[in-house]
Design a protein around this ligand. Structure first.
Ligand code: B12
Length: 213
């Protein structure tokens, strides 16, 4: 099996030393950091399935998240920003009721590497705080992350609150996360949506009139 397959297994087996060792090996041999993150995401997806089927408990999801975060720390320096001029400002957060932030942090790392300035509002962010942040930072784009089905409702409430504050035509909205699909997109009505960080970066560039996706 290749290192790419092995790292998926190591995450699912919650084998921290092996997962971290494989990440080092892949970085050293020049594997694209985005590809490494994608393999780790695959592992997390299986961890989620095991939790859903009752084979894993919450503690195992926490352990898997801990492994992922450590791999992310190794990868972050590989994504070093290579632009001096800002491509635009993005306010981003995980919506109210949801504390998942691994995906959000990956998107932030990729966006920063591409030259965007980021204001990270953290997790469990109420609609009001998104509105305040738009007033304070005047971003070009607002990004919302959600991993829970129930959080789609908060995402909708957040977009509605931005509209009620009269700010909807001042910012572009992108939503992302594991539960985002064509139905949620139709319901929330953002300017763009995706369940993939690299695609999210391309969409942000497109929203600001850059390259086509
Ligand atoms: C790790 C994890 C946790 C950790 C989170 C740690 C952390 N700091 O984030 C902990 C243990 C805390 C946790 C808690 C819970 N979790 Co949880 N968790 C997961 C798990 C296994 C992995 C998530 C993850 O990090 N994936 C890896 C990242 C890289 O992928 P991602 O988040 O999808 O992000 C990618 C894209 O979506 C995109 N993206 C993400 N955000 C954004 C934003 C923008 C703007 C853009 C452009 C792109 C983008 O980019 C990323 C990279 O490509 C998932 C399983 C799964 N399949 O998602 C369950 C899962 C999300 N959890 C679940 C549940 C049920 C819970 C709990 C309710 C469990 C409980 N009983 O308490 C709590 C909820 C707590 C809360 N209020 O939020 C369910 C949700 C089910 C549902 N449909 O609602 C899942 C799907 C597991 C399952 N299959 O049952 N969880």
């Amino acid at each position: 099996m290749t290192s790419r397959g092995k790292i998926v297994d190591a995450i699912v087996d919650l084998d921290e030393p092996t997962a971290l060792g494989l990440a080092d090996e892949m970085i050293k041999s020049g594997v694209d950091p985005v590809e490494i993150l994608e393999r780790c995401r695959e592992g997390m997806s299986i961890v989620g399935e095991r939790f859903e089927s009752g084979d894993f408990f919450l503690s195992e999801m926490i352990m898997a998240a801990e492994i992922f975060n450590q791999i992310m720390e190794k990868i972050r320096p590989q994504l070093k920003r290579s632009f001096i001029e800002s491509k635009g400002k993005i306010v981003i957060g995980t919506v109210e009721g949801d504390v998942h932030d691994i995906g959000k942090n990956i998107v932030i790392a990729l966006l920063e590497a591409e030259g965007f300035d980021i204001v990270d509002l953290g997790v469990d962010v109420p609609p009001k705080r998104f509105v305040e942040a738009i007033r304070k930072h005047a971003p070009d784009i607002v990004g919302m992350s959600s991993l829970l089905t129930v959080a789609i409702e908060s995402t909708k409430r957040t977009v509605d609150a931005i509209a009620e504050a009269g700010l909807r035509d001042k910012v572009r909205v992108i939503i992302g996360g594991g539960r985002v699909d064509e139905y949620t997109t139709e319901y929330v009505k953002p300017d763009a949506s995706t369940d993939n960080a690299a695609q999210g970066v391309r969409l942000c560039k497109k929203l600001l009139g850059g390259v086509e996706v």
